[in-house]
Design a protein around this ligand. Structure first.
Ligand SMILES: NC(=O)c1ccc[n+]([C@@H]2O[C@H](COP(=O)([O-])OP(=O)(O)OC[C@H]3O[C@@H](n4cnc5c(N)ncnc54)[C@H](OP(=O)(O)O)[C@@H]3O)[C@@H](O)[C@H]2O)c1
Length: 246
């Protein structure tokens, strides 16, 4: 049995992509996992079933992270199912690319609602509820540093997530809870691949010195380290997991 065998992790946006890889990895490391999703019930339930069949503990929990009441209910679901919460991974996120001159209000509002307010909603609950020894890992983006054209609103939401990370790490003084962010570079998921030509994907894949796209499992490994006993002295940091692109 691993150190994590009695610990409980909530992974937001766990139905596919990076969040699904994080949920699977934390379950393999011994955490009971709550796989949050907004609309993709079938995928989240299928992943929970796969983890349980492999001997792990998992439940799927619907909640739109931009809805504060739904987020509070999700924490209550986790506490009812597994007795408490030790780890929060704030992974749910959306990206809508547009030059500022062309960006519409709906794209601005959805990215702010999900990436920023969603992170605030879950951090507030976690700050009130996480047990001693807990870990919070927020998903930022290396775009908060690269700052490419068309990424302005998305990068701004992720810069805000990094600010919340640093502030909450200080506010949780005395609670024995770490708060960090992982900032992936281009990673092979729907969020990154949708709407891009093969030529553009190939070009972006070559930008990092390691000359490939990140895989969801690469990001899950970084999150798992921060959630583990070995990551316990890392606090208030942003870890860019990106093959060296910045
Ligand atoms: N892929 C990249 O290149 C990359 C790079 C840097 C950072 N990131 C960050 O990594 C995180 C995961 O991205 P990804 O690439 O894995 O994206 P993805 O494949 O599009 O998956 C996004 C996940 O978030 C969930 N989600 C979306 N809106 C939600 C909401 N309102 N409430 C709860 N869940 C919601 C989706 O579930 P439903 O279908 O149920 O809505 C899905 O499970 C995001 O924060 C993203 O910004 C990704």
């Amino acid at each position: 049995m691993s150190n994590a065998s009695k610990k409980v992790a909530i992974v937001t946006g766990g139905s596919r992509g990076i969040g699904a890889a994080i949920a699977e990895r934390l379950a393999a490391d011994g955490f009971a996992v709550v796989i949050n999703y907004a609309g993709s019930a079938a995928e989240a339930e299928a992943l929970a079933g796969k983890i349980v069949r492999a001997g792990g503990r998992a439940v799927a929990a619907q909640a739109d992270v931009s809805d504060a009441a739904a987020v509070a209910q999700m924490f209550e679901t986790a506490e009812r199912a597994f007795g408490g919460v030790d780890v929060l991974v704030n992974n749910a996120g959306v990206m809508r690319l547009a030059a500022l001159a062309d960006a519409d209000d709906a794209g601005f509002d959805s990215q702010v609602a999900i990436n920023l307010k969603g992170t605030f909603n879950t951090l507030r609950e976690a700050a009130r509820r996480l047990r001693s020894g807990g870990r919070i890992v927020n998903l930022s983006s290396s775009q908060a540093g690269i700052l490419s054209p068309t990424y302005g609103i998305y990068a701004a939401t992720k810069a805000a997530v990094e600010a919340l990370t640093h502030v909450l790490a200080k506010e949780l003084r005395g609670r024995n809870i770490t708060v960090n962010a992982v900032a992936p570079g281009p990673t092979a998921t729907r969020l990154f691949l949708d709407g891009k030509s093969k030529e553009l994907v190939d070009h972006l894949a070559k930008l990092a010195p390691l000359e490939r796209l990140g895989q969801p499992e690469d990001i899950a490994a970084a999150v798992a380290f921060l959630a583990s006993a070995d990551g316990g002295w890392i606090n208030g940091q942003v870890l860019r997991a990106n093959g060296g692109i910045i």
